[in-house]
Design a protein around this ligand. Structure first.
Ligand code: ZN
Length: 376
């Protein structure tokens, strides 16, 4: 059963793409369970005051390019490289080229901000929307990496912040929770809104504000500056305003490794309102491989405009899984297929249990791939 609509054209388009990234650096990796303590408490009555307004910073130099305008952002242009990628190792699958979007609702526009051959799945305990240290809401993902590991731009764009003080807006602030941080305003947007990515806790910054960078270009090194318990990269995706209140789950924006897909779900109570902190297990029928994740939905985190999700499991090896949720003492189970390079979607509602239908008519502008003429 296939429940994700995609046209032959989309599939064709996607299949003709091949990896252009060449990001196999083979860095030594050491897992360090570390996390940000970057963010305000969950229950302090946050008000949506933009905290980061880089577009209007008075410190912009005259030589800097004009700041990105918040409207009329061009959609991402799809380019289709031709060479077929070789697997870069037998333990780590190569990544799909970006932008990668087999379904019209998907938007895997970014590459991993750490060299691809690392085992750099987000730390499971510190996913987007998670609560840790008792009361801190996480507006990004934490990617474990050794201090000194190169951080690369997730997509092309203009550096709009490269300093201390990203959260406070005050570059002298060595106590800023993000530490040394870089923000990039991307050359493409989504649904008319600008896209930004944020990289925090760096030990070194290699770019300057106003500089244009390509996807994959080194922008600095992993560190432990700011409020963190250890070296890692804190990574955010922001759509619309470049502020703390406009983040989205990066796992819906970073292209998965080849052969892997992304599980996206919306877990609701009986009346349809999203439930927080509900645990879901996904168990592979073939291998028994098991992943657990909890639903999110705190005030400062946002759901995708189409999926309205409150739960994401990325980088699942393709295949059949059983989803398991316990609710009101009853076990609910659902078979679902994870497709390579795609999102598989489910909803769970109260005592009704699972459904696999996609959300109804999105009522949004769906991005259409545009093929660059020179690549035809
Ligand atoms: Zn973090």
């Amino acid at each position: 059963m296939r429940y994700i609509p995609f046209s032959r054209k989309h599939l064709d388009l996607a299949m003709r793409k091949a990896s252009f990234l060449g990001l196999a650096f083979g860095f030594v990796f050491a897992l360090s369970l570390s996390a940000c303590s970057v963010f305000p408490k969950a229950d302090t009555g946050l008000t949506p005051t933009p905290v980061i307004r880089v577009e209007t910073e008075a410190t912009l130099q005259e030589s800097d390019p004009p700041p990105p305008t918040p409207t009329k952002v061009p959609p991402l242009r799809f380019v289709i490289p031709t060479p077929e990628a070789e697997p870069i190792s037998d333990w780590r699958p190569p990544l799909y080229p970006v932008p990668w979007a087999i379904s019209p609702y998907d938007h895997f526009y970014f590459i991993r901000p750490i060299a691809a051959n690392e085992i750099n799945w987000p730390i499971a305990s510190y996913l987007y929307g998670g609560i840790f240290f008792g009361n801190v809401v996480h507006t990004g993902i934490d990617i474990p990496s050794e201090r000194g590991t190169p951080i690369i731009a997730a997509g092309p764009g203009t550096v709009v912040w490269a300093d201390w003080g990203f959260f406070s807006g005050w570059s002298e602030n060595k106590d800023d929770p993000y530490g040394k941080a870089v923000a990039i305003s991307h050359d493409f947007g989504y649904q008319g809104e600008p896209l930004h990515t944020v990289y925090a806790h760096m030990s070194r910054i290699d770019v300057a504000r106003g500089q244009w960078v390509e996807a994959g270009e080194q922008i600095g090194l992993v560190g432990a500056t700011g409020h963190t318990t250890g070296a890692h990269l804190h990574f955010e995706v922001r759509a619309g305003e470049n502020d703390f209140f406009h983040t989205y789950n990066p796992e819906l924006w970073i292209a998965p490794p080849q052969g892997r897909g992304v599980l996206v779900g919306r877990v609701m109570g009986e009346k349809g309102s999203p439930l927080r902190h509900y645990q879901l297990r996904a168990v592979s029928f073939e291998t028994g491989y098991t992943r657990r994740v909890r639903s999110y939905g705190e005030k400062v985190v946002n759901s995708d405009t189409f999926y309205q999700e409150n739960l994401v499991l990325s980088d699942l090896p393709a295949g059949w899984y059983e989803l398991q949720i316990e609710n009101e003492g009853e076990d609910f189970r659902q078979e679902i297929q994870i497709f390579p390079g795609q999102i598989s979607y489910f909803t769970f509602q109260g005592l009704k249990g699972f459904e696999l239908d996609l959300p109804e008519s999105p009522g949004i502008e769906v991005l259409t791939p545009i093929v660059d003429e020179e690549d035809e």
